[in-house]
Design a protein around this ligand. Structure first.
Ligand SMILES: Cc1cc2nc3c(=O)[nH]c(=O)nc-3n(C[C@H](O)[C@H](O)[C@H](O)COP(=O)(O)OP(=O)(O)OC[C@H]3O[C@@H](n4cnc5c(N)ncnc54)[C@H](O)[C@@H]3O)c2cc1C
Length: 501
């Protein structure tokens, strides 16, 4: 017996939960959320490292349909964001739809029956529509360093923090100086006897504007919700201005004065300052807000090493200049599989090719959501929807609206399958390439996770976010081919059925 559902959604982060909530509000009942973990929350369930918090203000980094007047600070800590997601899932009634410990292992399009055949860690199911909210930063990436497996101390990735392990008095190596490391290093620095921070590229660091929200502010948001909406709008438009620095060199040059002044104020040692000065243009990699990073690095128990790691031995880390440092623990703040998302190896389209085979290292989609050759498949936070300046929830909600309109269109037209036309996808991507040309991400002199192994921007939406919302406001049926239902008999909602093969 194979369970059949009209819609299968992968993931229970902002994407999966947001999609499920909006489907429910539209009256759809026949959907499941497949979640490989034992709890909901995505990013905010997995990243429990000390100091973890969002770096986009919470008034904006939350669902527009579920404002939370109770945020404790302007940039909320991980636990509060997780609680918020859990509260939304409960409040909007999506929890009964979640299948925990259920990993999508493969999904292949069955053209004869017009549905997805899905294999999960809990058995097979079929679905007419597959919506993947697998997460842009949900699969931790480890560096390929010789000997990494031979290390006999404790080693973990920042997204899999080992809370059982006490770092008190230990010699600790931190690999990476990205968005997670700049949050957890200041937290663990006072505990460690010695902290070796291995930095490949110095980040641009700006002052953090985090502050507690006062009781009266929260009361106003509770009693007068439009005030919070107005604050959200103000934050949104202020952050849109950041795009100017990605697209105009002169603005970037002007903006670079802020982090340089921040560093001059916080780092007095000229040798350390030199190590921490970025050698690429601001915005090329994610700009990091923190007031604690530089002071932590300036402490006597901390050493910043700019030579790359060439080898890991059972009890030590060896740098490119041949120096070897004995360590008890290695913490990898080395990011995620962003442009090589593992789910691409698991989804097979009409011609039996996986997405990874089709993409050949450069993810391509139409409006970040649909892919030619993969009928009835929708991505949330798909190719070219990532951002360097504002809340990804804005992009997610834009895509959710688009998917809902696509489903309404299918219903209205009695269509069973929908597939974006090759030509529409190619034209869209040509336009994206034009928009990316000349931006700091490709001219700024850095390597970043936005750029894939072919040197192509397949992660970022390269301009302001409001044009993205405008483009996805309505489902543009002309860009798609629609076909009638393949087998009317097998597709009754909620039915368990046995399919051939
Ligand atoms: C530490 C950290 C801080 C961040 N801060 C910000 C911020 O301030 N602002 C911002 O805009 N963005 C931020 N991000 C980016 C963040 O990932 C997104 O904002 C957002 O949480 C993505 O939501 P999502 O639902 O798309 O993905 P996720 O939250 O990653 O959820 C994906 C879910 O899919 C599940 N899954 C994946 N593959 C499978 C499978 N094969 N089968 C079943 N389940 C599967 C995962 O277990 C997970 O629950 C941050 C990311 C990190 C790591």
């Amino acid at each position: 017996m194979t369970q059949h559902h009209r819609i299968a959604i992968v993931g229970t982060g902002f994407s999966g939960l947001g999609m499920a909530i909006r489907l429910k509000q539209e009256g759809e009942q026949d959907f499941v959320l497949l979640e490989r973990a034992a709890d909901i929350g995505g990013t905010w369930r997995d990243n429990t490292y000390p100091g973890c918090r969002c770096d986009v203000p919470s008034h904006l980094y939350s669902f527009s349909f579920a404002p939370n007047p109770n945020w404790s600070s302007t940039f909320s800590p991980q636990s509060e964001i997780l609680d918020y997601l859990k509260d939304c899932a409960e409040r909007f009634g999506v929890m009964p739809h979640v299948r925990f410990d259920t990993e999508l292992e493969s999904a292949s399009w069955d053209d004869d029956d017009g549905l997805w055949r899905i294999e999960t860690s809990q058995g097979p199911l079929t679905a007419e529509i597959l919506i993947s909210g697998q997460g842009p930063l949900s699969d931790p990436s480890l560096p390929e360093v010789p000997g990494i497996e031979s290390f006999e101390g404790t080693a973990f990735h920042s997204a899999e923090w080992d809370h059982e392990h006490d770092l008190e008095g230990e010699r600790v190596a931190v690999v990476g100086t990205g968005a997670s490391a700049i949050q957890f290093v200041p937290e663990i620095q006072p505990k460690a006897a010695k902290l070796h921070v291995f930095q490949r590229t110095a980040p641009w660091v700006i002052p953090h504007r985090n502050r507690p929200l006062r009781r009266w502010e929260r009361a106003i948001y509770r009693l007068f919700p439009p005030a919070q909406l107005a604050m959200r709008a103000a934050i949104y438009w202020a952050r849109e201005l950041f795009v100017l620095q990605f697209r105009h060199r002169a603005v970037g040059r002007l903006l670079e004065r802020i982090p340089m002044a921040h560093m001059r104020k916080q780092v007095k040692d000229p040798a350390l300052r030199e190590k921490l000065t970025p050698d690429y243009r601001i915005g090329c990699k994610r700009i990091l807000p923190t007031d604690e990073w530089y002071p932590a690095l300036a402490q006597p128990n901390v050493e910043v090493i700019t030579e790359g790691i060439t080898e890991i031995r059972p009890h030590s880390v060896v740098a490119a200049d041949g120096t070897e440092r004995e360590v008890d623990t290695i913490i990898f703040g080395t990011g995620f599989h962003v442009t090589d998302v593992p789910i691409a190896d698991r989804i097979e389209g009409r011609d039996g090719r996986t997405l990874a085979e089709t993409w050949e290292g450069s993810m391509r989609a139409y409006k970040g959501t649909t892919v030619a050759g993969y009928p009835n498949l929708f991505f949330l936070v798909g190719p070219n929807t990532g951002l360097g300046h504002t809340s990804i929830v804005f992009m997610i909600e834009s895509q959710i609206a688009y998917v809902l309109d696509a489903l309404r269109t299918m219903r209205r037209r009695g269509a069973g399958t929908l597939e974006v036309r090759e030509g529409a996808q190619a034209a869209y991507n040509a336009e994206l390439d034009r928009m990316t040309k000349g931006t700091v991400w490709v001219t700024g002199g850095c390597t970043s996770y936005y750029i894939d192994r072919n040197g192509h921007n397949s992660a970022l939406w390269p301009t302001y976010t409001w044009p993205f919302r405008r483009r996805l406001r309505e489902f543009d049926v002309a860009a798609y081919s629609l076909a009638a239902r393949a087998r009317e008999d097998v597709l009754e909602p909620g039915r368990a059925l046995v399919l051939d093969g």
